[in-house]
Design a protein around this ligand. Structure first.
Ligand SMILES: NC(=O)c1ccc[n+]([C@@H]2O[C@H](COP(=O)([O-])OP(=O)(O)OC[C@H]3O[C@@H](n4cnc5c(N)ncnc54)[C@H](O)[C@@H]3O)[C@@H](O)[C@H]2O)c1
Length: 284
C-alpha cells in the first residue's frame, strides 16, 4: 500500500521533528496536539530546523517551501485521521495515554490505516491490544534530533504483519533513515543500552567520580560517542529518561535500570534538560 498522508499526533520534541522530516520527504503531513500552544510552537520549530538546513547547504530553499505547503495543522483529531494512511504517535511515554489514543485512531481512521508509535520503551504488543487490527500496529522509533539522526528502530509486536513492517520501512527510507528491526522487548535495542549507560553515568556523577563535563568527555573522546551520556540525557529530557528507566526497571528487574536518585531529584526540581534551559548543564 502506498502512503501519501501521515498524521503526527503529539508535536513536542519528537513530533515536530518527525513531521518536518516527513513533509520534506514528500509526504502530506497533518499535525495534531492536544495543546494549541504546542501545535503553534511546532510550526515555528520546524521552520527553524528548515532554515538551519538551508544555511548549512543540506536542503534547497525551494524544497523547504514545497515542504511547508504540505504541512497542515489540525485542531480536531477526528479530522486529522480521516485522510491519513499512516499515523505516528509521539505523546508522552505513558501506556494508558497511548492505548486510549490508538483506540481513537482505529475509530476515526480508514480501514487501511497503519498505526505507529514512537515509544522509546513501551510494549508494542500491549499498545496493539487496544485495537482490533493489531497487525497494523508497529513501533517506529525515531531519534532526537530527527532531522539529523539517521536511525529508525522498527519494532515488531507479536501480531505486526510483514506488510505493515514493509510499509513503515519504506516511509523511513524515504525520510532518508536507516532501519533496524527489533522484536518487541522492553527498551528494544537502543533505549535498553542507552539507559544502562546513562544511569551509570548519573550514579558516577552523584558519587563525585568526575564532573559532568569530564564524564561526557570520557565517552566522547575515549569511545567516540558523538555526545556524552549526561549531555544526551539533557537533550532527551530528564523526565522522558526517568519514565523509560522506571519502565525498564519494572520489566527487566535488573538494578542497572533502577532510576538513579539524582535523576528523580532533578526531575522534581524541574531541571528537565535543554527544553527548560537547565539539567546537568546550564543552557541559559
Ligand atoms: N525526547 C526524545 O529524545 C525521544 C526520543 C525518541 C523517542 N521518544 C519518545 O517519543 C514520545 C514523545 O516524546 P517527546 O520527548 O516528544 O515528548 P514531549 O513531552 O516533548 O511531547 C509530547 C507532546 O504530546 C502532547 N500530548 C499529550 N497528550 C496528548 C494527547 N492526548 N493527544 C495529543 N497530543 C498529546 C503534548 O502536548 C506534547 O506536545 C515518547 O513516547 C518518548 O518516549 C522521545
Amino acid at each position: 500500500m502506498s502512503i501519501e498522508t501521515i498524521t503526527v499526533v503529539g508535536t513536542g520534541t519528537m513530533g515536530n521533528g518527525i513531521a518536518g522530516q516527513a513533509a520534506l520527504s514528500g509526504y502530506k503531513v497533518n499535525l495534531y496536539d492536544i495543546s494549541e500552544e504546542k501545535l503553534k510552537a511546532a510550526l515555528e520549530l520546524i521552520d527553524k530546523t528548515y532554515k538551519k538546513g538551508v544555511s548549512k547547504g543540506k536542503v534547497e530553499a525551494s524544497a523547504v517551501e514545497a515542504a511547508k505547503g504540505r504541512l497542515m495543522i489540525k485542531s480536531c483529531l477526528e479530522d486529522a485521521l480521516k485522510t491519513a494512511d499512516l499515523v505516528i504517535e509521539a505523546v508522552p511515554e505513558n501506556m494508558g495515554l497511548k492505548t486510549e489514543l490508538f483506540a481513537t485512531f482505529e475509530k476515526y481512521g480508514g480501514p487501511h490505516l497503519i498505526m505507529a508509535s514512537n515509544t522509546s520503551s513501551l510494549s508494542i504488543t500491549e499498545i496493539a491490544s487496544a485495537v482490533s487490527r493489531p497487525e497494523a500496529v508497529v513501533g517506529m522509533h525515531f531519534f532526537n534530533p530527527v532531522a539529523i539522526m539517521p536511525l529508525v528502530e522498527l519494532v515488531r509486536g507479536e501480531y505486526t504483519s510483514d506488510k505493515t513492517l514493509k510499509a513503515t520501512r519504506s516511509v523511513a527510507e524515504q525520510m532518508k533513515k536507516e532501519c533496524i528491526e527489533v522484536n518487541d522487548s522492553p527498551g528494544f535495542a537502543t533505549s535498553r543500552l542507552g539507559i544502562a549507560l546513562g544511569n551509570e553515568a548519573m550514579r558516577m556523577f552523584e558519587e563525585g567520580v568526575a564532573s559532568a563535563a569530564d564524564i561526557d568527555k570520557a565517552m566522547a573522546l575515549g569511545y567516540r560517542h558523538p555526545i556524552g551520556p549526561l549531555a544526551l540525557t539533557d537533550l532527551v529530557g530528564l523526565d522522558v529518561r526517568l519514565a523509560i528507566s522506571e519502565h525498564l526497571y519494572r520489566e527487566i528487574g535488573s538494578d542497572t535500570f533502577r532510576p538513579p536518585r539524582i535523576l528523580r531529584k532533578m526531575v522534581r526540581a524541574g531541571k528537565l534538560g535543554r527544553k527548560v534551559g537547565r539539567g546537568f548543564y546550564d543552557y541559559s
